[in-house]
Design a protein. Structure first.
Length: 634
């Protein structure tokens, strides 16, 4: 069904060489090798169904969706229809009421939507009049498996979008998402070399959920996230160089963004390049970190003639850029720097030293080969021989781990769940095996649930609530991340956060007897005016799944009970299902969205009446407590 372009391609190399540049009496710099392959797949054209009926002529007073909605909004609407159909076990989705002509590249939804992966396939059909009429679906998962998978995708997307905040400008948001994709994911180079690239490696869903993909997956993933943030973004590609990337609009000007060519290949642990972020047509045709240039792209209608960022401060930065308060932190050359966002003043926090060529201490590699991440207001990084952490003000440097470097130096480190990954090798051009530092970022208690893998999006959140004794497992060795959370369970969670104050039993609710595990939590929450029973009855609904809006209301009331400022409000008009939000919950949901405690779902949906899985609850609780300085004692 799909035609793959020729896999014949040119590898881009920074040739390993010694430069005759004297940097000391006995040293010279050497460059590391970067290999940046390209691979795109031609999207499957819609199929003609000659048996499909012509779409009935529409009332001229009613415009088709394709005329009143943006292409992105249409995509989100169709994405939701497909998701609903797959969860219901259906194989066909009607599109005839949308009046979308063939000229719209609707079929690229297969690469764009992160939900259409993991055994899901779709074929779009048009009629003889040239309008999309339906989409035929294939799915190797059961409806229950599909629903669980969609929940995992929801939360992965929310996790990534949770790195940005409403008060940041589009430039900063675009930069954070660019860095997040590169830091978290890697080019699927092993399958690329072996000629065994799976379909998911071309799709955003494969990148999000499998952690790897090719340029097409990076480009569509970036566009999907930018669309969710309301930032104009396009995918452009070139058959001449067999490559895809993005063109994005920032403050009225178009710029190129190439996450793939900013992601070193093979993957370099914790390293993030920025040579192809927000660059002009002129600059993207330069060799910015390689020997090959962009050319022959198809979206020449989007002219990128603004050179504002061609020499931006991030051009030579080799780490993710971390934003905290009014400052950003990053690695350039051989040092960690701190930059004031307002004044643009830059100061050096820490010199990391040099990575000397193995067996030749007279030569060293250009740049620092260190990851950088923020945890509990401390920056973690590595030198050639050790892993350290340092306060954001540059004080209190502490050694975290010193590996055995008799066989190689440390060439990169990264946060993975509650662990620190690092790699030992003798050259930055070697592959090296990822290793785990024998320490944990959270050391007070080990968490071992068979259904909470360290690569899962919710691992950190589950570990957080387990570590702080806020949530426990369903059994000794299972957490039940996809299980629905009940109203009584959430009341008990808030009760634990409050450190279980003493209560006296009163028969307040007919279904809340004395002496049950949930009794004290519900009675305390009721006395604190955090929870109510159902109107017109004296029932609490102990086993009823809690809805997202109910959870927001309880969190909102609890914040008020603690005396926190709950005045923040977000506009909700952008959410397509805001009409299903009950009036009593509106202020609470506005507050929760504004504070980043609850995020919208794909398709700009709030899903206020939808249930919350235990993994989602863990993430929401962690966000709330981290907003309160991360102190679970409050």
């Amino acid at each position: 069904m799909k035609k793959i372009l020729s896999t014949c391609l040119t590898l881009i190399l920074f040739i390993l060489a010694a430069f005759p540049l004297e940097v000391s009496a006995k040293g010279e710099e050497q460059r590391a090798e970067f290999i940046e392959p390209c691979e795109i797949q031609i999207p499957p054209e819609p199929q003609m169904d000659p048996q499909a009926e012509d779409i009935p002529e529409k009332d001229p007073e009613i415009q088709p969706f394709s005329q009143i909605l943006s292409a992105e909004d249409s995509y989100f609407i169709i994405e939701e229809r497909i998701k609903d159909a797959l969860i219901a076990g259906e194989t066909t989705v009607d599109l005839s009421d949308l009046y979308i002509p063939k000229t719209e590249t609707l079929y690229t939804l297969l690469y764009y939507s992160p939900y259409l992966s993991n055994g899901i396939d779709a074929t779009f059909y048009i009629n003889s009049s040239g309008y999309y009429v339906y989409v035929q679906l294939e799915n190797t998962m059961s409806p229950d498996e599909t629903s669980a998978y969609f929940g995992a995708v929801d939360n992965k997307v929310s996790e990534i979008l949770g790195n940005v905040s409403d008060d940041q400008n589009d430039e900063t948001k675009a930069l954070i998402i660019h860095d997040c994709l590169i830091y978290e994911f890697e080019y699927d180079y092993d399958n690329f070399n072996a000629g065994t690239l799976p379909q998911d490696s071309y799709r955003s869903g494969g990148l999000f959920m499998q952690g790897r993909g090719v340029c097409q997956a990076y480009a569509y993933a970036y566009k999907y996230l930018m669309d969710r943030l309301g930032i104009e973004c396009h995918v452009t590609s070139s058959t001449e160089i067999n490559h895809a990337w993005n063109i994005i609009n920032i403050d009225g000007s178009y710029y190129h963004v190439d996450c793939t060519w900013d992601d070193p290949v093979y993957d370099r642990l914790g390293m993030v390049g920025h040579g192809y972020f927000l660059v002009s047509d002129e600059a993207v045709q330069e060799a910015r970190g390689g020997t090959k240039t962009h050319r022959g792209w198809d979206r020449t209608d989007l002219v990128c003639d603004n050179t504002k960022y061609d020499s931006a401060y991030w051009e030579e930065i080799d780490s993710q850029i971390i934003f905290r308060d009014d400052c950003s932190y990053y690695i350039r050359d051989y040092s960690i720097y701190k930059r004031n966002i307002n004044s643009q003043e830059e100061i050096e926090l820490k010199n990391l030293g040099k990575w000397y060529v193995w067996g030749n201490t007279g030569s060293y590699w250009i740049g620092a080969f260190s990851g950088l991440f923020l945890y509990n207001d401390e920056l973690y990084y590595n030198t050639a021989t050790e892993i350290f952490k340092i306060s954001v003000d540059g004080t209190n440097e502490t050694s975290v781990y010193k590996p055995d470097t008799t066989e190689g130096y440390v060439y990169g480190s990264k946060k993975k769940g509650t662990e620190i990954q690092y790699v030992l090798k003798q050259s930055p051009n070697d592959l090296g095996e990822k290793q785990i530092a024998p320490m944990s970022l959270d050391t007070s208690k080990d968490m071992e649930f068979s259904d909470v893998g360290k690569d899962e999006w919710f691992y950190d959140a589950v570990n957080y609530v387990y570590e702080h004794k806020i949530m426990t497992g369903l059994t000794v060795d299972t957490f039940g991340p996809d299980e629905s959370l009940t109203r009584s369970q959430f009341a008990a969670i808030l009760y634990r956060i409050e450190e279980e104050p003493e209560t006296v039993y009163e028969p307040e609710f007919q279904d809340v007897p004395e002496g049950q595990w949930y009794t004290n939590g519900i009675l305390w929450a009721s006395s604190a005016e955090i929870v109510n029973g159902y109107n017109g009855s004296n029932l609490f609904g102990i086993d009823d799944p809690i809805t997202r809006e109910q959870m927001a209301v309880m969190m909102y009331r609890y914040a008020g009970y603690k005396g926190y400022d709950t005045s923040a409000r977000a506009e909700l008009d952008q959410f397509g299902d805001v009409g299903s939000l009950n009036d009593y919950a509106k202020e609470a949901v506005q507050w929760a969205v504004k504070e980043g405690i609850i995020n919208g779902k794909a398709g700009n949906l709030l899903d206020p009446q939808g249930g919350a899985a235990r993994s989602e609850c863990a993430a929401i609780v962690m966000r709330f407590l981290e907003k309160s300085d991360g102190n679970h004692n409050l």
